[in-house]
Design a binder for this molecule. Structure first.
Ligand SMILES: Cc1ncc(COP(=O)(O)O)c(C=O)c1O
Length: 454
């Protein structure tokens, strides 16, 4: 057998496949070994320059190795600041909390408490669950079809995608899934405003039905724009309805902004589009400025848990806090939230144009720089709403064609048939145009490879 040439992508991937667990995921679809990275670009070990529209699954708000982030990390090292402090406080932590709280709507900030969690989004979800269960004394939770909250036991229990759940018996019980307003595949077969209005009415009736089978809820968790669920934004009116429904019934509303947090949707926090505030806010990804960090910020009225109720060793990552401060300040000073809205619109315009020349794009949607293109099978009949069945094979083929053109995109949504764009917020207009041009070519090539053409 011939061995793969050392130093190539294939060489590293072969080693990875030999050593790493079968649970590894991204390298199966993005088969490169990364040598260096800057801004929206990554360079693989063979010297190919790729446009990275995955950006650490939305983590890299400022792109790879932004000078402000690198500077903050270097300063932490040069000044001999502690790198690890459990949850003991430090000047960096103090500054981080002040910076974060000054980004929150003032009436939320004035009542806010923060818990530093283990460094993953999923651990912050676990903390939020324990917080609301402790405070309410209740055990059941509402979550949503298509929602994604992470891979730990509790977080996975709240996640819609059944794939990773099927082989894990004994997940947390008492989780009740409600319909999310997904216009293209409206759970009520209605779509548009009517679909989401019926959705909030259905939720109201469910909450108020003494025979709904659900014991008193500890909370309701949702994403304002479902990320892994396929870049599905919830309408503002629906969010306001849910805020009122939960408030009036004393149900803590947990908003998971792990992916949307910090400017990505065109506002600092995605919930601000609807003018609401949550009771509990979950943050990770962008807040660590590329490094691992996660927190839960919540209304002090819920602060009923005991000392050590969510302790853990890695909750004081000073470099992540320093990088997070640099990220927040850069987003603020460069108005990257506004920029994300503008660039998002530029993307949407071009993607809609690509849709008009394609026969396999069913829907183009998103908010700011969280965008999804749903790939469908138009050779099969549409449903009553006019929506076609998902076409996961074609979506994979488009992703492969994108890789051939050095464009990194990820798939998500139902059956993995939504191509997702999550570029860094610093993307320039020229880069948006280049990404869309490469995507258009990839769609055309993938469509031409369908049997209907041969
Ligand atoms: C909305 C949301 N919540 C939670 C998580 C879990 O975060 P982590 O992967 O850091 O555990 C993710 C990850 O993508 C996410 O998008």
């Amino acid at each position: 057998m011939q061995s793969t040439q050392a130093g190539t992508n294939a060489f590293y991937l072969a080693n990875q496949a030999r050593w790493e667990s079968n649970a590894r995921s991204y390298p199966r679809r993005i088969p490169i070994a990364i040598r260096k990275a800057s801004g929206i670009h990554v360079t693989d070990v063979e010297g190919n320059l790729h446009y990275d529209c995955l950006a650490g699954a939305g983590t890299l708000a400022l792109g790879h190795n932004h000078p402000a982030v690198i500077e903050a990390i270097k300063e932490t090292l040069d000044e001999n600041y502690p790198l690890h402090t459990l949850d003991l406080t430090t000047p960096i932590k103090d500054e981080f909390v002040e910076e974060l709280f000054s980004s929150l709507p003032p009436h939320f900030a004035s009542r806010a408490k923060i818990q530093f969690c283990g460094p993953s989004g999923a651990d912050a979800v676990e903390a939020a669950l324990k917080l609301v269960k402790t405070s309410t004394g209740n055990r059941s939770l509402f979550s949503f079809h298509g929602g994604y909250h992470g891979m730990t036991h509790g977080a996975l229990s709240l996640t819609g995608n059944k794939g990773p759940k099927e082989n894990v018996p004994g997940l947390m019980g008492d989780v009740h899934f409600l319909p999310y307003p997904y216009s293209y595949r409206c759970p009520f077969g209605l779509g548009g405003e009517l679909g989401s209005e019926v959705g909030s009415r259905y939720i109201q009736r469910t909450l108020d039905d003494p025979e709904n089978g659900i014991v008193s809820p500890a909370g309701m968790i949702l994403e304002v724009v479902q990320g892994e669920g396929g870049a599905v934004p919830a309408p503002d009116a629906w969010l306001r309805d849910l805020r009122t429904l939960t408030h009036d019934r004393g149900i803590p509303l947990i908003i998971d902004e792990v992916q949307t947090g910090f400017g990505r949707t065109g506002k600092w926090f995605a919930f601000e589009h609807a003018g609401i505030v949550p009771d509990v806010l979950i943050l990770s990804k962008a807040i660590g400025g590329s490094l691992p960090l996660s927190v839960v910020v919540y209304d002090q009225a819920l602060d009923d848990w005991s000392p050590g109720a969510h302790s853990g060793t890695f909750r004081g990552n000073q470099m992540a806090m320093a990088a997070g401060i640099a990220t927040m300040r850069t987003i603020r000073s460069e108005r990257l939230d506004n920029h994300a809205a503008l660039m998002g619109q530029r993307f949407m315009d071009q993607l809609s144009n690509i849709q008009s020349h394609s026969f396999s794009i069913g829907d183009v949607r998103g908010r700011g720089l969280m965008i999804g293109v749903e790939i469908v099978d138009t050779s099969r009949p549409a449903d009553l709403l006019g929506s076609y069945p998902a076409h996961p094979d074609l979506a994979h083929s488009i992703q492969r064609e994108c890789m051939k053109r050095h464009l990194i995109v990820e798939l998500g949504g139902r059956h993995g048939s939504v191509v997702r764009f999550l570029p860094p917020l610093i993307i320039t207009p020229e880069q948006v145009d280049e990404v869309c041009a490469r995507f258009a070519e990839a769609v055309e090539a993938a469509e031409k490879s369908l049997p209907v053409y041969s």
